[in-house]
Design a protein around this ligand. Sequence first.
Ligand SMILES: *Cc1c(COP(=O)(O)O)cnc(C)c1O
Length: 714
Amino acid sequence: MKDLIDRMPEKLRRLPELAYNVWWSWNAEARDIFRRLDYPLWRRTQHNPVKVLRLVSDQTLIARSQDAAFLRRYNKVLMDYDRAMSNGHSWFHVTYPQLTHKTIAYFSFEFGLHSSLPIYSGGLGILAGDHAKEASDLGLPFVGVGFLYPQGYFRQHVPSHGWQEAVYEPTDLTNAPIRPVVDDAGQELRIAVEMGGRRVHARVWRVQVGRVPLYLMDTDVPENEPWDRELSARLYSGDSEMRIRQEIMLGIGGVRLLRLLGYDPAVLHMNEGHSAFLLLEAVREQVATGMKFSEAAELVKSKTIFTTHTPVPAGHDAFSFHLIDKYFQGFWAQLGISREDFLGLGYQREQWGDAFNMTVLALHLAGQYNGVSKLHGEVSREMWQHVWPGRADDEIPITSITNGIHVPTWTAGEVRHLFNKYLGADWEENHDDPVLWERLADLPDEELWRVHAVLKGKLMNFLRSRARRSWVNGMCDPTEVLVGGTLLDQDALTIGFARRFATYKRAALLFTDMDRLQTILLNMHRPVQIIFAGKAHPADEPGKHLIQQVYTMAKSNQFGGRVAFVEDYDMHSARYFKQGVDVWLNTPRRPREASGTSGMKASLNGIPNLSILDGWWVEGYNGANGWAIGERQFDNPEEQDSHDAESIYRLLEEEIVPLYYNQDRDGIPRGWVQVMREAIRSNAWRFSTRRMVKEYTTELYLKAMLGAPVAEPA
Ligand SMILES: *Cc1c(COP(=O)(O)O)cnc(C)c1O
């Protein structure tokens, strides 16, 4: 960063500081500074402020430093920035001034902050990123711990045969908003962890997320053996042994890293079981001071929180005893317990044999546990009941806190203008207050509809310009141009389905009855079109088959270009989808969608959900803000699929299509706009990380910080 500061004109000296704080990812005016600095560059770098500063010419910098209008904006942003960075009047500091010196450490395998830092794969990571951003907004004494994956998650290319190809590109570290952490002597900080008889080293990068520091470990350092250097190369790739080594680094290395930086966290929060080895390290630290294992375990319990994110059994990592022996023999002696007792901490019988399960470990050694929606809480209590033998389901101490999304990140710019105008200038500050959203009653149909049309146009342009770019660059054949959505129609009712292609999400459910679907899509007066996007996990063959199936439909002339598959879904394209389609479709097999968050993002922007009553939608759906698929539950999955498909067709034919096309003389579908408004009013505040992080604080963090429950704040 220093080299950048040195080349800035005096009046723009703080630009690098702004670029290196991903606060810009949720502050539109800050992003606007970089856009105005050099607009072509802004587009070319896919909205990456650090890269813009690295590439912008000296002439441009000098010109902007003499441009009064630019300087006015720049100074206004700096004022907002300085205010946002000072803790004084933040919610946490005002409400809990006696706790501000304590630290909440949050561990996650992935963090989705912005597409320029590809260290996330999907919902789990984006939730972690949103949690960190909100912790910053609320002023929590919060630090994040994770990995820098120098090759990130894969980029998806789907050629005309429809079989997903994974491309790993080295992340451009000099153009990402990260900086190496150095010690007092200016040397890069190192941490080390014993692994199978060798020490594995990691350097540490810092990402500034508003007020919150996020530390990312990276094992690609010269002191490591080649195989250890690869350890953190990629997210979710490699075998079980690679995974256990990553998890040792995240949990044990992560605790050591915090110590080295001088933190003594009052709360250790595990986002999913990947980081649960931290519990062992925290106990080991206490035993090393002379404490007995049982006392140390009690102490660690009082500080630790575990959030589980999936009811799908394969989503809970479990390791063979062979791997545990290889990597932890020697560790149980340091805990003062036997091998059997150690294995017992994580023991679970998996389909393939006896195993050490990370969720079981977390449930044994952490102090508080939660699922991510009410329904997921119930399902988790049932699923993990065996960890508390003799207790009834409703006595299992797993609570739930329903997920949310970071509202400033996911609100479209055009929608923000509407909110500024009709909710008042304080809306962002108070957006978790349901009363505030009643002011939407004053928002005229015309304006909401017009803004939606603008966003839909942006989505269509985005798809077309992407397809055109690939075509011009000679990177695709004509089929791919067609499949990418170039025949889509701005005026047709547009359904969006974009998420990970896991089989339980049933992406191909709509294609159950092809003739019926064809009739719906190709109706001359009331056409319907569907846009799909999403990656399958590289090892998930059934998921890749699903992509191929959808791709084949998009290619087929039977649907006349009214089905599209858009490749390489990420946070950048996600914004266009969740702001620009007309209906957001979600078809998980209940109850496997623990929460889901993409529908919340759509809802916030006035896009109604058409979804199975699973995860968050059980709590979100109110009969007037979207549609619920399927009335009945079947034990047989095939029966369930055909029942749910029938329900989607019926809803489309009888309710959704007629309501959408019932437009008055001004071209406004009054009834539809009412549903849009209600989607925002009922869901925006409730499914915000503002509400969620406050709940984590009052329900879980405070208990750990104080060692006792506290009263709700006034
Ligand atoms: C929000 C989001 C998700 C989560 O989507 P779900 O439908 O909740 O699984 C995944 N990927 C991206 C890029 C997102 O923005």
